[in-house]
Ligand binder design. Structure first.
Ligand code: DGL
Length: 330
C-alpha cells in the first residue's frame, strides 16, 4: 500500500480562521480559529495524507510584513529540508496571499509543493468556502503532479501559480484569477490536474533562494491617475527610497511632468519599475522607452509583485541591466 504523503500546515490567520457572530451575518473577525479546529471539519483528509498543523501566526493578512515573510520562509525551509515533510500548506488571509506566494516562490530552494489557500467566508459561516479550499490545498500539496511547479495558490477548485495569481474581488467567493494566463490547473474531486507549466524562474532555480536576506530594501508603489501631481514622487526621492514601482496607466504610461522626476531619481540611484494599473497584459516598450528613461519594464507582474521582485533584485545587484534581465526571467 502506498505511504501517505506527510503534509505540514502552517496557519497564518485570515478569514479561513475567521469567526463570525452568527453563521449568516457578514460580520466576523479574521484569525480567531486555530488550524486544528478547522482540520476537524475535514476528517476525510486523513485518508489522503498524514497531516500536522501549526499555528504559525494568527493575523489579518493586511498586517503581514517583510519581517514575517522572512520568518515564515526560514520556517518553511527548515521543514522542507526534512524527509519527514513532503509538502507544505499555508492558510493565509486572501488580501495579500498573492504577495506572500510570490515572495516564497522566489526564495524557497525546494521543488516539494508549497500551496497557499484562504477563504472569502469565515469558517463559522453556513456558506464557508474555507474547509473545501483547505481540503483541496492538501490534495494539491499531496500530488506528485505538483512537484516542481513552484509555489501555488488554490481556491474554488482552481490552481494558480504564484507569478500570475491576484485577488480581483473584494468579497465575492470566486475572488481569484490569473488575468493574463488563467489557472495552471484544477482540482476535480480528488484529482489534481495541471493544464500548463510556468516558464518563469522559481524556487530551486531562483538566484534568490540561495541565501535568505536579513531584510528587504525599501521599495514603494505609486498608483497613477488622471491629473496626478508629482508630490508623492518628490517625497520618495527626498526619502531616498531604494526603488519606486510606478503603477502607470495603460502600457505603464507615465505622465509628462514625471519624466524629469524619473531622471532625477535615476541620478540618485533610485530604480524605477514601469508597471501598470491594468490587470491583464505585459508592460513593454511602447509610448515610452525604458532604454531612454533608464527604467525597468514590469512585464506581466502586477505592481505589488514587481515591488517584491525589485526588492529581492536589489539584495544582489544595483546594476540596471542585471535588474532588467531579472524582470525578463522571474
Ligand atoms: N483581513 C483579510 C485578510 O486576512 C480577510 C480576507 C480573507 O482572508 O478572505 O486577508
Amino acid at each position: 500500500m502506498n505511504k501517505k504523503p506527510k503534509i505540514h500546515i502552517l496557519a497564518t490567520g485570515g478569514t479561513i480562521a475567521g469567526a463570525g457572530e452568527t453563521s449568516v451575518g457578514a460580520v466576523y473577525e479574521p484569525g480567531k480559529m486555530n488550524i486544528n479546529d478547522i482540520l476537524k471539519l475535514i476528517p476525510a483528509i486523513n485518508e489522503i495524507a498524514d497531516i500536522s498543523g501549526e499555528q504559525f501566526i494568527n493575523i489579518g493578512s493586511q498586517d503581514i510584513t517583510a519581517t514575517l515573510w522572512l520568518k515564515l520562509a526560514r520556517h518553511i525551509r527548515k521543514y522542507l529540508a526534512s524527509d519527514e515533510v513532503d509538502g507544505i500548506v499555508i492558510t493565509h488571509g486572501t488580501d495579500t496571499i498573492e504577495e506572500t506566494a510570490y515572495f516564497l516562490n522566489l526564495i524557497i530552494p525546494f521543488s516539494k509543493p508549497v500551496v497557499l489557500t484562504g477563504s472569502m467566508r469565515p469558517t463559522t459561516a453556513y456558506s464557508t468556502d474555507g474547509p473545501a479550499n483547505l481540503f483541496n490545498a492538501i490534495l494539491v500539496a499531496s500530488s506528485k503532479n505538483s512537484i516542481g511547479k513552484g509555489v501555488l495558490v488554490t481556491a474554488n477548485e482552481k490552481i494558480f501559480n504564484a507569478h500570475g495569481v491576484s485577488k480581483i474581488a473584494t468579497t465575492h467567493i470566486d475572488a481569484f484569477a490569473d488575468c493574463s494566463y488563467g489557472p495552471v490547473g484544477y482540482v476535480n474531486g480528488a484529482d489534481v490536474e495541471f493544464q500548463r507549466s510556468v516558464k518563469k524562474i522559481h524556487t530551486v532555480k531562483s538566484v534568490f533562494a540561495k541565501t535568505l536576506p536579513k531584510s528587504l530594501p525599501e521599495v514603494v508603489i505609486l498608483y497613477s491617475y488622471a491629473g496626478i501631481n508629482t508630490m508623492l514622487f518628490d517625497a520618495c526621492i527626498k526619502a531616498q527610497v531604494n526603488g519606486i514601482v510606478f503603477a502607470g496607466t495603460g502600457n505603464g504610461n507615465v505622465p509628462k511632468p514625471f519624466l524629469s522626476k524619473v531622471k532625477k531619481a535615476r541620478e540618485k540611484n533610485i530604480h524605477i519599475v514601469r508597471a501598470s494599473r491594468m490587470l491583464r497584459g505585459e508592460v513593454v516598450t511602447g509610448e515610452l522607452s525604458d532604454e531612454k528613461l533608464g527604467t525597468i519594464a514590469s512585464g506581466a507582474l502586477i505592481p505589488q509583485k514587481a515591488k517584491i521582485l525589485l526588492q529581492l533584485a536589489l539584495t544582489i545587484t544595483n546594476d540596471l541591466l542585471q535588474i532588467r534581465e531579472i524582470f525578463k526571467y522571474y
